[in-house]
Design a protein around this ligand. Structure first.
Ligand code: MLT
Length: 321
């Protein structure tokens, strides 16, 4: 009997082709699949490939008695119940490399858009106006960029910021200062980053410490007029506090690609607020990144099912039970 692999989200089709090259694999794939349908199929599924739409929580995984591996085509595994997966001997893996550059480039797009009001100016002209007075911006050159989280994406953003002659500082308790110094970046504590940055960009994972880290108390420590970019996870920001700070002018603008929840609720105070640029979780949405993460995810599943080899394991305890 071939292994049954379910791809329940809209993953690049090249993943299907790669998996189907093996006669030992049978694939079910039809783009984004409603949760009810995923549950109805899971009974004989050996491996699951997902992006962020499928919520692989305990209630869903209960229906997958044969599941051995989950591959997340992307970085964040906040849509997977890692503890439950570990209990049920399901190995959860991600593809941390494939969308790094796309996300870093998108972050830069948000930063330039914030600095120069490009989306607002586009909207104005598309609406029939010729307004050259309302959109005076600032240069990035000489400004200080504070990078919160100096992992893969944070480092690529820093590299690009250096090319724009920005002064880059970063906070990451897990990164040695020497590595940053080699990239012309100074590692600082969070309070220093808040006090010195003209732009702050978030690239950290969600932990008890980082959840709602941008809030009224931390915003009060920031430079007046700071611009904040979030292409990581919505839950890093307290939306009401940020909205109030934008209205008061303490924060000069925000570029947001992520929300809690997604899609944002109708009462989200940031949506439509002047000074906020928002996009619907698009940072990794390039053909390049989606090709990379799909192929990486498919290869992880092939190695896991056919060779018993696991890489990029997000719940390593499962391998030492
Ligand atoms: C990720 O975690 O990889 C990104 O947020 C993109 C995505 O969710 O697909």
């Amino acid at each position: 009997m071939p292994f049954h692999v379910l791809i329940s989200d809209n993953v690049d089709k090249r993943a299907v082709a790669l998996l189907q090259q093996s006669q030992d694999i049978r694939v079910t794939f039809e783009g984004d699949m409603p949760r009810d349908k995923v549950i109805s199929i899971l009974g004989d599924v050996d491996a699951l490939v997902i992006r962020s739409a499928t919520k692989a929580d305990a209630a869903l995984l209960e229906y997958a008695p044969n599941l051995k591996a989950i591959a997340r085509a992307g970085v964040g595994v906040d849509n997977v119940d890692l503890n439950f997966a570990t209990d049920k001997n399901i190995v959860v893996m991600n593809t941390p490399d494939g969308n790094t550059i796309s996300t870093a480039e998108f972050t830069f797009g948000l930063m330039l858009s914030l600095a120069r009001h490009i989306p607002q100016a586009h909207g104005s002209l598309a609406g029939g106006k010729w307004d050259r007075k309302s959109f005076t911006g600032v240069e990035l050159r000489g400004k200080t960029l504070g990078v919160v989280g100096f992992g893969r994406i944070g480092r690529q953003v820093a590299k690009r910021a250096n090319a724009f002659d920005m002064n880059v500082i970063a906070f990451d308790p897990f990164v040695l200062p020497d590595l940053a110094a080699d990239m012309d970046v100074s590692m600082v504590d969070l309070d220093t980053l808040y006090a010195q940055s003209d732009f702050i960009t978030l690239h950290t994972t969600v932990t008890d410490e980082s959840r709602y880290m941008v809030n009224a108390a931390t915003i009060a420590k920031m430079k007046k007029g700071v611009r904040i970019i979030n292409a990581a996870r919505g839950v890093l920001i307290n939306d009401s506090d940020l909205a109030e700070a934008i209205k008061s002018g303490q924060v000069g603008g925000a570029g947001l690609d992520v929300y809690e929840p997604e899609p944002p609720t109708a009462d989200n105070p940031l949506i439509g607020l002047p000074g906020v640029i928002h996009t619907p979780h698009l940072a990794a949405s390039t053909s390049d990144a989606q090709n990379n993460v799909a192929l990486d995810a498919a290869q992880l599943i092939l190695d896991a099912l056919l060779q018993g080899r696991y890489a990029n394991v997000c719940n390593p305890k499962v391998l030492h039970k």
